[in-house]
Design a protein around this ligand. Sequence first.
Ligand code: MN9
Length: 302
Amino acid sequence: MDNSFRGAWPALITPASADGGVNLTALRDLVDYMLAKQVDGLYVLGGTGEGLLISAADRRSVVESVMEQVRGRVPVIVHVGSISTREAAALACHSQEKGADGVSSVLPVYMGGLEATYRHYGAIAAAAPDLPFFPYLFGGQIDATSLMKELLCRIPNVGGAKYTGPNMYEIAEIIDLGGDLPADRGWSIFSGMDEQCIFAAMMNAPGNIGSTLNVMPGPYRKMRESYEAGDAAKGIALQKQANRLTAAMIKHGVGAALRVSMKALGIDCGPLRLPQEPISPEREETILADLEEAGLAALAAM
Ligand code: MN9
């Protein structure tokens, strides 16, 4: 049995209502849009999904709505990271109860250090013991490979990681840690830098999770397919094409660019949550013009 996840996963936006709450109707529309685009899974309430900016009660409603809307058609990993270990653990427990397929968490946000990380992740993973747990490896002063080795010893349900960094040697090392595990134990290392998806695929990363996949999941699916079919050159060409749009998004701020793109694609995800800068109508126009110039329509249609 293969318990591993794979493929192209959007780090789903969480549509906001005018007052900063959640627009659950738009959220359901967004889920349907992603399923129609044949994404392989959904990663909800992460950085892109503004999980840390949303109240715990609203985070629970988001999970419930997403699970209902998806109805088991693709796996869902819920990011439960929180400044409070207890709150993250309670959210993990709720996600398991509601049928999520995995939980994930950023490194401890405020109280860092290795031992604190073990305690934080240990408590979260133990609160959802039937689900694989995925550390979100991003930022922090950590040796990611040693951390993952140690977590494999300490946490029985660690199932992989979301690795958001540019170091393809390091991601390969972490992928290889799975080599010694029993065959029925899943080990899914997702790459999280959209700009590097194809290179992580070349290091055998089975999937990628990222913000720009809300707007253009197709190119990532196709670049992986091309590589796996033996056509690395085509995969690299697709990566470069996608990177033109990603670069334009980074220039304007990825959060703002995602909102503007999704609105142009027919789903109004509402305002960015505080403390992000609101998008003025003039800025929206400039951003959209730049994204269109960078190939938004063609990439989104793939
Ligand atoms: O992990 C996102 N990374 C961060 C997901 O939010 C730090 C990525 O999808 C980036 O937004 C993307 C553009 O730099 O690679």
